[in-house]
Design a binder for this molecule. Structure first.
Ligand code: SF4
Length: 314
């Protein structure tokens, strides 16, 4: 009841504000339900650039996503409901580390996953997401006439990208990972497969190679969503190898299927730091600077080029 009431209050408040609410698929279903747009990192970057034509953008995602939206919309106010919502993967790579890798590997292009800080993006030649990393690496390696790229911070996505593109990735650093996806073990997945032998296993590229190797499908969050949407067979059971929020989205959109989380551990507590209460507070206090994400101009200008380059290649 309280949830419904809060959702209605948010939608009412929104009518009188020049605001767009963006939410990542890993948000709770209650937040997804009040968003203007839902998506994964790539989809939300595209929406932030092309469709969010309001003075204020509320971004229910982690900090690097709000930073990207702010870089793409420097004349707008990008607000994050909880400024403690940070992605630990991004902390694996600093701009100093990128500079050091570049020094040791002159002439190689730097590809950074969007799950990185704005300062790291500013040191990069191009960004990528889990949707487009293979395509991006193939294209940038051609531009630089090389068969090797520097890739960070996710070593599992680097490995997946290298397998599919056949372009060698030097991992910046060797152990960068997402705690949600990389903790999904082969034992977890085999257990679920035993429990639900008819279910299709679909996993995210941030999972470890051993898990990816036994999956029926590997793809970004949006690709996983589309796989289920387009699945055309008698089988309607899916083991979901990504954050729980996607399972909730799928259950709402395609309720005739059955979904099982690959492991009960697949929850990103950093994403879940937002709440309807905080979104309502922001709508009532749009000019509270504590919630505004602003990237320093110098960094934003340098980070814009690799982000735009990625969007142009996508
Ligand atoms: S799911 Fe992983 S990569 Fe995504 S925000 Fe959470 S920790 Fe970062």
């Amino acid at each position: 009841m309280r949830v419904k009431q809060l959702q209605e209050e948010i939608l009412d408040l929104k009518k009188n504000c020049d605001v767009t609410i963006l939410a990542h698929y890993y948000q709770t279903i209650q937040i997804q339900q009040i968003a203007d747009y839902l998506g994964d990192s790539l989809g939300l970057s595209q929406i932030a650039r092309d469709k969010a034509n309001t003075e204020y953008i509320i971004f229910a995602g982690v900090d690097f996503m709000a930073e990207t939206a702010s870089i793409l919309n420097q004349d707008k106010h990008v607000l994050i409901p909880n400024y403690e919502s940070c992605c630990p993967m991004a902390a694996f790579l600093t701009p100093e580390m990128v500079k050091d890798f570049k020094k040791k590997n002159p002439g190689l292009p730097v590809v950074t996953y969007v799950n990185s800080t704005a300062a790291v993006k500013a040191e990069s030649d191009i960004c990528c997401t889990s949707s487009n990393s293979v395509n991006i690496v193939k294209n940038i390696s051609k531009d630089f006439h090389t068969e090797t790229v520097l890739f960070g911070p996710d070593a599992n996505l680097a490995d997946y990208t290298e397998q599919l593109s056949k372009i060698k990735t030097i991992k910046m650093p060797e152990n960068g990972h997402c705690y949600v996806h990389s903790q999904l073990s082969i034992e977890d997945v085999e257990k679920r497969k035993r429990e639900y032998p008819n279910a299709k296993l679909i996993v995210h590229p941030e999972c470890i190679r051993a898990v990816r190797e036994i999956a029926d499908f590997i793809g970004s969050t949006t690709k996983m969503y589309n796989y289920v949407k387009d699945y055309n067979s008698d089988i309607n059971e899916f083991i979901i190898g990504t954050e729980k929020g996607l399972l909730e989205r799928l259950a709402e959109d395609f309720p005739h299927n059955k979904y099982y989380l690959a492991s009960d551990k697949m929850i990103c507590y950093n994403m879940k730091k937002h709440s309807l209460e905080l979104i309502k507070y922001i709508l009532e206090n749009l000019d509270d600077k504590n919630y505004e994400i602003k990237v320093p101009k110098q960094i934003a200008e340098r980070a814009l080029s690799p982000i735009n380059k990625m969007l142009d290649y996508s």
